[in-house]
Design a protein around this ligand. Structure first.
Ligand SMILES: Nc1ncnc2c1ncn2[C@@H]1O[C@H](COP(=O)(O)OP(=O)(O)OP(=O)(O)O)[C@@H](O)[C@H]1O
Ligand SMILES: [Mg+2]
Length: 220
């Protein structure tokens, strides 16, 4: 039987904890070693685990490995998705791309830049809203700064509509569909952009995990 606590990268085996044949007892320090290696493979050698990001990583890992005790501690609901917020360049997109790899047996989510969703809407119209209102798992990247949607002279708050559809699905589905997102905006700014109906549903759809407002831009 497969041992989900062991992951091979480039011929080297990494262990994320102990597997008792049924459950993995994850070890956070081992997960960090693996994330450092995998991050370098995905994003280049300058990638590293920053000390200041460890708190965020602990929350994200607790959520993805479904550690009930620490999720309670961090007030994370395993059924909901993650809204990862933080200033420009702090590493949101990279982390959401990276964290998928610690749980290879879980259904993966697709990273979709929000600007691609509105561009697609501007070409294809309402079909786009349907395309993302399905049972697939998504992480909508860079929510709130996508250009406005316009199709045949009609304006539409495209990501707002997509989130409303995802919310309806989330409420209806027995095995909760997952929607994640990254954003530079804070709660008030999101409400300003999408209105209070969407904002209220976002609270139910997402757990908020926020980088410090002072987090450094890793592009510099
Ligand atoms: N832990 C890290 N160590 C080194 N470089 C990193 C790290 N995380 C991200 N980077 C690099 O910093 C840059 C910004 O990362 P990323 O795009 O993930 O940030 P972001 O928060 O999504 O930014 P934005 O708000 O602009 O979308 C990228 O070039 C990325 O490769
Ligand atoms: Mg980003």
């Amino acid at each position: 039987m497969d041992n989900p606590s062991k992951i091979s990268e480039a011929g080297v085996e990494y262990s994320l904890g102990e597997f008792d044949g049924k459950n993995v007892l994850y070890d956070f320090s081992k997960i960090l070693i693996y994330l450092d290696v995998k991050g370098k493979l995905l994003f280049g050698n300058k990638f590293k685990i920053h000390k200041k990001d460890k708190k965020i990583l602990l929350q994200l890992c607790s959520y993805f490995i479904r550690d009930e005790e620490s999720c309670r501690k961090y007030n994370l609901d395993i059924e909901k998705g993650i809204l990862l917020s933080g200033p420009v360049g702090c590493g949101k997109t990279s982390l959401m791309k990276l964290l998928r790899y610690i749980v290879p047996l879980q259904r993966p989510y697709e990273m979709i830049p929000c600007r691609n969703v509105t561009f697609s809407f501007n070409h294809l119209g309402y079909k786009t809203i349907e395309e993302y209102g399905n049972n697939k798992f998504f992480c909508f990247d860079d929510l709130g700064v996508e250009p406005p949607g316009r199709f045949y002279g009609k304006d539409l708050n495209v990501m707002g509509e997509v989130l409303l559809s995802r919310y309806d699905l989330y409420v209806q589905s027995k095995y909760k569909i997952k929607t994640h997102a990254t954003t530079n905006l804070n709660a008030e700014e999101l409400e300003e952009r999408y209105g209070n109906r969407v904002r209220s549903r976002m609270r139910e759809l997402f757990n908020l995990i926020a980088f410090d407002r002072e987090s450094a831009d890793k592009r510099r």
